[in-house]
Design a protein around this ligand. Structure first.
Ligand code: DAT
Ligand code: MG
Length: 150
């Protein structure tokens, strides 16, 4: 099924010059970028974004981290896009993330884990709506799509 997923290069990924590396990996996987913007997330949006984690011990640090500098927000589309990005991200705790994943290759600690990707189609829809306006999401066809799916 063709899905949309929300992906973010977190502030540490931007500071550590990993934007191109991360976008390159997602792009080469075969997904299509349909929205990209840099954004310094305001605290109220961050709190809504991470509402499910409110009350956890890492929550305050998480809000501080994600609002600490600009991030790159993106929507990627393609066959099984949600799972494809989750698998290339690696586990939340980089200590458990396999080499070859973004977190397994570039991160050490869950509090600085470089990338966000939606965990389900419904989370993706919620996150996209929270960060993007409808007019920022583009619809277009791309050459080579016949080489990606049957
Ligand atoms: P994921 O980002 O893999 O979807 P999540 O939704 O469970 O993971 O958590 C959201 C973010 O919260 C995660 O990317 C980093 C932070 N976080 C989660 N568990 C943490 C922990 N034990 N210590 C510090 N930060 C944590
Ligand atoms: Mg999550």
């Amino acid at each position: 099924m063709i899905e949309k997923t929300f992906v973010m290069v977190k502030p540490d990924g931007v500071q550590r010059s990993l934007i191109g590396e991360i976008i390159g990996r997602i792009e080469r996987r075969g997904l299509k970028a349909i929205a990209v913007k840099m954004y310094h997330i305001p605290k109220d949006i961050a709190e809504r974004f991470y509402a499910e984690h409110k009350g956890k011990q890492f929550y305050d640090g998480l809000i501080k981290y994600i609002t600490s500098g600009p991030v790159v927000c993106m929507v990627w589309e393609g066959e099984g896009a949600v799972g494809a990005v989750r698998s290339l991200m690696g586990k939340t705790n980089p200590a458990e993330a396999l080499p070859g994943t973004v977190r397994g290759d570039f991160a050490l600690h869950p509090g600085k884990n470089v990338i966000h990707g939606s965990d389900s189609i419904s989370s993706a829809q919620r996150e996209i709506n929270l960060i993007f306006n409808d007019y920022e999401i583009l619809e277009y066809s791309k050459i080579g799509s016949e080489w990606l799916i049957e």
